[in-house]
Design a protein around this ligand. Structure first.
Ligand SMILES: Cc1cc2nc3c(=O)[nH]c(=O)nc-3n(C[C@H](O)[C@H](O)[C@H](O)COP(=O)(O)O)c2cc1C
Length: 186
């Protein structure tokens, strides 16, 4: 499969997840392009990829600025090129997995859900099937915000995503790749 691995990461938390995904995809023998949207404001031919990953940190229950800006640009491109049709017919064999890292200081996982839904809609509009919506706990990095890592709805999240979180990401990535391979061979 051709795999596009996109992520936006303000403080490097989502990047940890993106790099695990890249490693698992590569080890499974697929071609993967990993792109940090903070650095590259590129437009992609999303339909050229069998599977896209899109990850972001959560900021006021939505994806961060790099990812939101990229979605705006990519949406404009999709509209200009008639890639978004009424009723959004499915494009067979094209899938996306959206994920976020989040700290949920106030309402817990509820803060991750709007971000995931927001990211997924670009692809769903294009007929690309959403095959994963993952939320991974990611602690606050800035010094002044450390208190949220022990006082929020999720309890003590210091050091997250930790080795166990990243192991789970690897397992889910591997399972997702297997499920798509099985479907293609049906
Ligand atoms: C300024 C700021 C605002 C944040 N706001 C939220 C928020 O509204 N909800 C949430 O769940 N996490 C929030 N977080 C936590 C981040 O989503 C979390 O640390 C994430 O893992 C950061 O990922 P990144 O470094 O890849 O951008 C915030 C973090 C910062 C620094």
């Amino acid at each position: 499969m051709e795999v596009l691995n996109l992520y936006g990461s303000l403080n490097g938390q989502t990047e940890k997840v993106a790099l695990e995904i890249a490693d698992v995809v590569e080890q499974a023998g697929h071609n993967v392009s990993t792109v940090n949207l903070k650095k590259e404001g590129v437009i992609f031919e999303l339909l050229n990829y069998d599977l896209t990953f899109l990850g972001s940190g959560v900021y006021t229950w939505l994806p961060g600025k790099f990812v939101k800006d990229w979605i705006d640009r990519q949406l404009g491109y999709a509209r200009d090129n008639n890639l978004i049709l009424p009723d959004s017919p499915r494009v067979p064999g094209k899938s996306v997995c959206v994920y976020c890292t989040y700290a949920g200081p106030h309402t817990g996982e509820e803060e991750a859900i709007p971000a995931l839904k927001y990211m997924g809609q670009l692809f769903d509009h294009m007929g690309i099937n959403i095959v994963g919506e993952w939320s991974v706990v990611g602690a606050f990095v800035p010094e002044k915000m450390q208190h949220f890592n022990t006082s929020g709805r999720l309890g003590n999240i210091v050091g997250r995503p930790n080795a166990e979180d990243l192991k789970q990401v690897r397992k889910k990535t591997s399972a997702l790749l297997s499920s798509l391979n099985v479907n293609e061979n049906d």
